[in-house]
Design a protein around this ligand. Structure first.
Ligand SMILES: N=NNCCOCCOc1ccc(-c2cn(C[C@@H]3NC[C@@H](O)[C@H]3O)nn2)cc1
Length: 448
């Protein structure tokens, strides 16, 4: 048996995102986002699911906070629906939207739960997309204006901030691979989006400092860990590109003031480079206080000339998989956090980690033992990282509750709490009680 004791000030939490849980998509003055549009485009989202109702957390947030209080967490990561705050993206402020988030954040604070706020979790106001979205530099100033509204409004209530969630998904999954909104398949569009969101990030951090906000700010890349299928240069190159496109492509500009040369050269050889304007790289490289990292799985990569923008394919090594098809391999979490130490011993929060396990309710219970096993393996790696002296400050399980899993709709379930999408009834799963015990003890044991 091994006991893993965590630091006394370790942050234990859960995470969600606005479009995935709120619902009330046409209520409270909210304007449409690109995900409202994308979900209504036939074939884009499984079963034609959308976020019109989702988990109805817009109306049920008090019940949700009660669940968090029962879970015993001290931190809750959530995101802001930009089009609830500024419905047309960069015009008038919607007071009803601000009022909603004040009610919600006040409930969290009353429950002794630290709000951990993501400003942008993919739901760009549609009106901005109508004029090019993140490919258009106008979105940079629009985001800075939105973030300034939030900083001024919530200074003193929210102390932990993230500008962007998973910039790889925003740029590459959504504009090169095309699986997420707006669903483009254009490498230059991906590089344009990645660059403009980085400039928006940097200018928003500068605004945060200028306003003297009482808090800390960072960004949350989803990081990949990959190993080459063989020792050949070709396979090693494929794995390196995959790792770099998720983390270095965004963290090098922030921490080093330039894009990673190997990957920059890779894109340049096909005639694609980021649209860097005078002053952009300086604007991006504003010092930040922390990074959030989202880790789900690692992969084995092989060179494949027909393997898309990276000429890379993932090799199925026959590992146990979760119900969304991702392999369960917790070693990658340890390895990728060590990889990130090249940026210094920066404050790191695991802002997402969790398993898609689609177990349903049987006799009033969800016996999601596979999710418990996944969490135990990954949280053991969290302890290893801390034991190595790395500044890993917190862990937020994805997700508090089952919710809208983007292109997968509602069929994929990541929650510690089961949601019946007809009745909207919340049912804590067995993993909820396992996590509750871990949080209460602040230690975990492994026993054969
Ligand atoms: N690399 N090339 N792939 C080629 C083919 O890709 C097809 C699909 O790809 C992906 C890759 C990654 C994801 C993903 C989902 N989540 C979970 C969410 N995280 C933020 C939060 O909102 C959670 O819901 N994190 N990552 C989805 C699809």
């Amino acid at each position: 048996m091994t006991i893993f004791q965590f630091p006394k000030d370790f942050k234990w939490g859960t995470a969600t995102a606005a479009y995935q849980i709120e619902g009330a998509a046409q209520e409270g003055g909210r304007g449409p986002s690109i995900w409202d549009t994308f979900a209504r485009t036939p074939g884009r989202v499984y079963n034609g699911d959308n976020g019109d109702v989702a988990c109805d957390s817009y109306h049920r947030y008090e019940e949700d906070v009660e669940l968090m209080r029962e879970l015993g967490i001290n931190t809750y990561r959530f995101s802001i629906s930009w089009s609830r705050i500024i419905p047309d993206g960069d015009g008038e402020i919607n007071q009803e939207g601000l009022d909603y988030y004040h009610r919600f954040v006040d409930k969290l604070l009353e429950a002794g739960i630290e709000p951990f706020c993501t400003l942008y979790h993919w739901d760009l106001p549609q009106t901005l997309q109508d004029v090019g979205g993140w490919e258009n530099r106008r979105s940079i100033d629009a985001f800075v204006k939105f973030s300034e509204v939030m900083y001024r409004e919530f200074n003193g209530k929210i102390r932990y901030w993230l500008t962007f969630n998973e910039p790889w998904c925003i740029a590459f999954l959504s504009n090169v691979i095309g699986v997420h909104a707006p669903g483009k398949q254009d490498l230059q569009a991906g590089l344009d989006v990645a660059h403009n969101l980085l400039v928006a990030h940097g200018k928003s951090v500068s605004k945060f400092r200028e306003l003297g906000v009482d808090g800390k700010i960072g960004i949350a890349p989803n990081v990949a860990w990959a190993v080459p299928y063989s020792k050949t240069e070709a396979d090693q190159g494929a794995a390196d590109r995959n790792i770099q496109v998720f983390s270095d492509w965004f963290l090098d500009p922030i921490y080093k003031g330039s894009y990673p040369k190997p990957l920059y050269d890779w894109f340049e050889q096909s005639g694609h480079v980021p649209p860097i304007h005078e002053g952009d790289m300086e604007a991006i490289a504003q010092p930040i206080d922390h990074i959030g990292i989202n880790y789900y799985a690692m992969s084995v990569n092989r060179f494949n000339p027909d393997g898309g923008y990276l000429q890379m394919e993932e090799v199925d090594m026959g590992l146990t998989k979760t119900d969304i098809g991702w392999p369960v391999e917790s070693r990658g979490l340890y390895d990728v956090i060590h990889y990130l130490q090249k940026y210094g011993n920066i404050d790191i929060y695991i802002t997402e980690n969790g398993a898609c396990i689609n177990d349903d309710i049987v006799n009033g219970k969800v016996n999601d033992t596979r999710r418990i096993s996944y969490l135990q393996q990954h949280i053991a790696q969290v302890h290893r990282v801390i034991a190595d002296g790395i500044n890993l400050k917190g862990y937020m399980a994805w997700s508090l509750m089952d919710n809208f899993e983007w292109a997968e709709g509602y069929r994929m379930r990541f929650g510690l709490v089961h949601v019946d999408y007809r009745s909207l009834k919340r049912t804590p799963k067995e993993s909820f009680y396992w996590y509750q015990n871990l949080v209460k003890n602040n230690w975990m044991e492994t026993r054969k």
